[in-house]
Design a protein around this ligand. Sequence first.
Ligand code: MN
Length: 491
Amino acid sequence: MQDKVKATTNTNLIEGATGEWEIIVGLEVHAQVASASKLFSGASTAFGGDPNSHVSLVDAAMPGMLPVINSECIAQAVRTGLGIKAAINLKSVFDRKNYFYPDLPQGYQISQYKQPIVGEGEVEIDVDGETMKVGIERLHLEQDAGKSIHDQHPEYSYVDLNRSGVALMEIVSKPDMRSAKQAQAYVSKLRTILRYLGTSDADMEKGNLRADVNVSVRKPDDPLGTRCEIKNVNSIRFIGQAIEVEARRQIDIIEDGGTIAQETRLFDSVKGETRSMRSKEEAHDYRYFPDPDLLPLELTQEYVDDLERGLPEMPDEKKDRFMRDFGLSDYDAGVLIAERGKADYFEKVAEGRDGKFAANWVINELFGRLNKEGLSIEASPVSAAQLGSIVDLIASDTISGKIAKDLFDIVWSEGGDPAGIVEKRGMKQVTDTGAIEKTVDEIMAANPDKVEQVKAKPNLMGWFVGQVMKASGGKANPKAVNEILKQKLGI
Ligand code: MN
């Protein structure tokens, strides 16, 4: 290629008419804080109540009502900050972000602007077998808005304030991602971290994890281009699609001689395109100022240290430990730690057993089946104790790997004690060489032509192995079968 651009470390460049382009992505993720009540009121945060059934006078912005901070939401934000290896700001300030919208009865959102509760941090992601760090710019606390409902009546719009005042953590990344895949890996890792910490359910389907995706493009080594923000993308798949179509749109405009206007856009997943919503507002448009109803929030280092001591083992640490203690590959360890429930399950199966072998069964058989049936690990019909016992039966040569799969199916659909099932249904592996020899003799006698073929071409012996295994109902010990066949065929 004659016009190949200068080599960079970015292998995610995409092709345009004028050469290769680099995509720059930064994300603002809004995660609903796991807390029974709202950020500044005692109203419930439960999902799916009747409209306006979880609304206090504060959430409805009745005159004279004052916000009272919910200390659990503060603790959750600090835990999250620690989980993303970020600096905790002992002093932070709540500001009013002023704008008008029918589902925002206060006329402003209480948020944090210049002094957020959490500063810079980082999140490690694995993409295509490589580990990279995504910088975190900040994490701040803010109120969620209510919901406008337009589709129930042609002439009216309705407002549901159940969500009004629910605590959100806005986690802002640095523009460190260079592809849709990296952005997807980042959101998925963030979700894992939030769930390990128990600081957010991070369920995108319920809308308690939403991402604003900032995308710009540039020629490698050029300064950053103008970015567009795609609002409220609500699934990991859509995040990937939105980035790809938006980058392509920007490249086409620039290559046609145009310029990118900084604006807020929407992703239409049906049409597979982004559409302009409004020109991007600047921070000064919101007339931020410190909320006079709330004092600055001051934490002690002791309080932060205390929360830090209470943190669970985080996914990255768990992964390192799994690789070290069980000899697992980076990939397998990554699959196992993606959900805390899965990691716990694996540890129960691996305890006192060969970790690698246990991991194979947990990942390939169990996760494969759960995935196929759309079940979570918590809903697994096969318990860790049952799977552990299946693994033991294989390790002790009581059953073959093939029979073990049948046994797994039985336990999956009928339950029961695996060892008892093997006993009762006669599934034990035949290691009795006398019995295997007898079967081998019979099959050789019935197939003299095959015997001659295999003697001439020993690598055709697999045919006999298959016949013997079939005749034994899969119960013959494959190692013994191979040895006896070699001996009898003179190979
Ligand atoms: Mn926000």
